[in-house]
Design a protein around this ligand. Structure first.
Ligand code: FES
Ligand code: FES
Length: 163
């Protein structure tokens, strides 16, 4: 039988304490134990990016991260990042550019894109594509997604008057 461990994780700003199986993945803990089903499960092998969440500000694969590895850390999911407004410019640009169709990839795509917007404001179009290479989309052909992210980066550069 799997060993159970006590953990406390701050999820979207709220401390959550649970006893969980030692081998439970973070994405399953978020979805099944906490009901945060905005993050999706695709390949379960770290390939598709559907399960992307943030741990202490760093984007990770929820399907490759054990929930116990997040003990004592801060986890942000699509729900928290949407509610805080952090993703609003990207969400609006995705909407304007029709960058989501079935939407299955979109939560992970938005979190990966926000990582660029927040940490790499001078990213080129080619670098956007490279950064998103770990997030698969079966619907859009990526063009509209890259357009939307580029639009947000351009707007950010104009607002901050950086080249
Ligand atoms: S479900 Fe985690 S990378 Fe595909
Ligand atoms: S919008 Fe359907 S997988 Fe990306």
């Amino acid at each position: 039988m799997d060993q159970a461990l006590d953990i406390t994780i701050t999820v979207n700003g709220v401390p959550v304490a649970r006893r969980i199986p030692a081998r439970q993945h973070l994405i399953d803990f978020l979805r099944e134990d906490l009901g945060l089903t905005g993050s999706h499960v695709g390949c379960e092998h770290g390939v598709c990016g559907a399960c992307t969440v943030r741990v202490d500000g760093i984007i990770v694969r929820g399907c490759l991260t054990l929930a116990v590895q997040a003990d004592g850390r801060r986890v942000d999911t699509i729900e928290g990042l949407s509610d805080s407004g952090e993703l609003a410019p990207l969400q609006e640009a995705f909407h304007r550019r029709n960058a989501a169709q079935c939407g299955y990839c979109t939560p992970g795509m938005l979190i990966a894109a926000q990582d660029l917007v927040a940490n790499h404001p001078r990213t080129t179009r080619e670098q956007i594509r490279e950064h998103l290479s770990g997030n698969y989309c079966r619907c859009t052909g990526y063009q509209a997604i890259v357009d939307a992210i580029e639009e947000v980066l351009d707007a950010q550069r104009k607002n901050h008057k950086t080249p």
